[in-house]
Design a protein around this ligand. Structure first.
Ligand code: KG4
Ligand code: ZN
Length: 339
């Protein structure tokens, strides 16, 4: 029997304060405190985010330990998000994690947030099969849009990423133009199901290789709405579901074009998706349809492990410990951490 290793994961890169406890690859607790304070601003306000992290971090970690049924003296290591993310937010989680680890005499392990999203696929889950190497990871959220080639747990190569807005921003900024609440992604998804995706057409960006661009789409939607509301001030209200369906259709097409290109270029047909936008029903359906259409094997983790969470940081910590590389990096936070 192998030994039980307990890792506390801490995630604070953006606007969620999260802590999780893993015993080996099994999640014992996964606690997330969101920050409602940003809703009024239509986007995350960095200064408010770090302040809220400071308020949340102690109760969130406490709840994670309690729900896991362990005390901090049982921990073997503390894994935390080193970057990329908002500097002030990262600092709160990192300082707490390093202080706790030092106090307990156990290692602190720095984790790249983007690698965490990908490694969430290796959390033990009876309903989810882990991908086999090599695979392609599509990480799509409010802060990121990446296609990554994954050859091993910590052997990853970014094949393409956004050159401007993240895909979640494309949803959220379009939603703002439609006077929807923040974040607008889930509402656009809901309305898209009720609308006609071919009602309006929006241009797809021309970006070389496997990179993405979403800022042009937002501008195109802005001009389209300005033009239509000039002649009909009620245009948005009258056509909201069709507009949402057409926007979502365009975004799904943009993603699928690149994903198909990536599988062709690499010859890899194992496709794993993650990040908050992977909740989108259009994207899920399109990626899954690749199984029949292109012979892909697709992997979609449980929703709570796909939005920002600390279980993904905990599993990355466990895998780093097992790979013997947990002490090999410096532990400074970096807003633009690369891997
Ligand atoms: O991963 P996440 O919780 O946080 C980070 O940004 O890292 O992702 C949040 C993003 C937001 O932009 C939100 O609008 C989007 O995910 N989102 C969705 C859906 N659910 C969440 N976008 C489209 N359709 C959805 N169903
Ligand atoms: Zn994220």
């Amino acid at each position: 029997m192998s030994e039980n290793i307990y890792v506390l994961g801490i995630e604070s890169s953006c606007d969620d304060t999260a802590a999780a406890v893993l015993c080996n690859n099994l999640v014992l607790s996964n606690v997330v405190a969101g920050q409602k304070v940003h809703e009024a601003y239509g986007g995350v306000v960095p200064e408010l985010a770090s302040r809220a992290h400071q308020q949340n971090i102690v109760p969130v970690v406490d709840a994670a330990l309690k729900q896991a049924g362990i005390s901090k003296s049982d921990l073997n290591a503390v894994a935390f998000t080193q970057g990329p993310g908002l500097l002030g937010s990262l600092l709160v989680g990192a300082s707490f994690a390093k202080g706790l680890a030092k106090g307990m005499g156990i290692p602190a392990i720095g984790i790249n947030h983007m690698q965490g999203h990908i490694l969430a696929h290796f959390i033990d889950d009876a309903n989810h099969q882990s991908p086999t190497f090599p695979f392609l990871a599509l990480t799509i959220s409010g802060g990121h849009t990446q296609i990554v080639r994954v050859d091993n747990y910590f052997d990853m190569t970014i094949l393409g990423e956004t050159i401007d807005d993240a895909i979640g921003e494309a949803f959220d900024k379009s939603g703002k133009l439609l006077h929807l609440g923040y974040p607008a992604g889930p509402e656009i998804d809901k309305r898209a199901k009720l609308g006609n995706a071919k009602a309006f057409s929006f241009p797809k960006p021309k970006v070389d290789g496997l990179n993405f661009s979403f800022s042009g789409l937002k501008t195109a939607i802005l001009y389209f709405l300005q033009k239509e509301t000039q002649t009909n001030p009620d245009f948005i209200d009258q056509h909201l579901n069709d507009i949402c369906a057409s926007i979502q259709y365009t975004i799904v097409e943009i993603v699928m074009d690149k994903l198909i290109k990536a599988t062709k270029l690499t010859g890899i047909n194992h496709v794993a998706i993650g990040g908050g936008v992977s909740a989108n029903s259009g994207i899920r359906e399109a990626v899954r349809s690749g199984e029949n259409k292109y012979g892909w094997t697709t992997y979609i983790p449980k929703f709570e492990y796909t939005t920002d969470n600390a279980a993904m940081i905990g599993i990355a910590g466990q895998l780093k410990l097992k790979s013997g590389i947990s002490g090999s990096n410096n532990l400074h936070v970096s807003a633009r951490l690369k891997f």
